[in-house]
Design a protein around this ligand. Structure first.
Ligand SMILES: C[S@@+](CC[C@H](N)C(=O)[O-])C[C@H]1O[C@@H](n2cnc3c(N)ncnc32)[C@H](O)[C@@H]1O
Length: 188
C-alpha cells in the first residue's frame, strides 16, 4: 500500500508500516527523525488522493480539552480553533480512500462528530497513559492487546519547566510505538 503519515515528525507510525513492507511517506513542517522517506512541508502540497491510506496527527493546540479554558483569556483564539477544525475537515475529506485522524478529547468530539474509537496505549502493551481519539474512514477500530498492567507513565513526565513551549509540545505529542504496530498489523 501507498501510505501517508501526515503531521508526523517522529516517524514512529511510518516505521511500523515500513516494517510491514509498505511504501510510506511521512510529512511534517519539522524534519523526520528516523531518516525514513519524509516530505518536510505543508501536507496540502501533496496529492492526497494518490495514497491508499492516510493516518494524520493534526495539531491539537486549539482543540484539546485541556486548552479550552484559554478561550476567554486570549484574543484570536476562537479564530485559531476554527482554522484548526477546518484543517481536520480538509484532511478527512481529502479523497484518500482510508483515513484515520488522531486527536485528544476536545472540541472535535462535540462540535464535529463523535470519534469512531477512543483508546489508551496501555491497552496495546505500552506503559503510557493517554486518552486518544480516532476518527476513522473505511477502517475498523483497532483490536486491543496485549494489556500493560504495570505502573503507568505520562509523556508529561519527560518535560520540565526549563524547556521551551515548542519542545514540550513536541515531546508530549510523540506517538506510541505499540499502538503504531497495531495500526500497521490491522490496517495493512
Ligand atoms: C500533535 S503534533 C503530532 C506529532 C506526531 N504524533 C509524531 O509522533 O510525530 C502535530 C504536528 O503537525 C505538524 N504540522 C502542523 N501543520 C502542518 C501542515 N500544514 N503540514 C504538515 N504538518 C503540519 C506540526 O509540525 C506537528 O509536528
Amino acid at each position: 500500500m501507498h501510505v501517508l503519515i501526515a503531521c508526523e515528525y517522529s516517524q514512529i507510525v511510518s516505521a511500523a508500516f515500513s516494517a510491514k513492507g509498505h511504501e510510506v511517506l511521512s510529512c511534517d513542517l519539522l524534519p523526520g527523525e528516523l531518516g525514513l522517506p519524509h516530505y518536510q512541508g505543508n501536507v496540502f502540497d501533496l496529492d492526497l488522493k494518490s495514497f491508499d491510506l492516510m493516518i494524520a496527527f493534526p495539531p491539537c493546540t486549539y482543540l484539546a480539552k485541556a486548552q479550552m479554558f484559554r478561550y476567554s483569556l486570549e484574543p484570536g483564539r476562537i479564530e485559531k480553533r476554527d482554522k484548526a477544525v477546518a484543517f481536520v475537515h480538509r484532511l478527512f475529506h481529502s479523497g484518500t480512500p482510508q483515513v484515520a485522524i488522531e486527536n485528544p478529547v476536545g472540541y472535535l468530539n462535540n462540535n464535529w462528530r463523535k470519534p469512531t474509537d477512543i483508546l489508551y496505549p496501555h491497552n496495546f502493551g505500552s506503559p503510557y497513559h493517554k486518552e486518544i481519539c480516532l476518527w476513522l474512514k473505511n477502517l475498523p477500530p483497532l483490536m486491543r492487546g496485549p494489556y500493560y498492567s504495570g505502573k503507568r507513565k505520562h509523556m508529561a513526565n519527560h518535560v520540565n519547566s526549563r524547556m521551551s513551549q515548542a519542545l514540550k509540545s513536541k515531546i508530549k505529542s510523540k506517538f506510541f510505538p505499540e499502538v503504531a504496530k497495531a495500526m500497521a498489523a490491522q490496517w495493512s
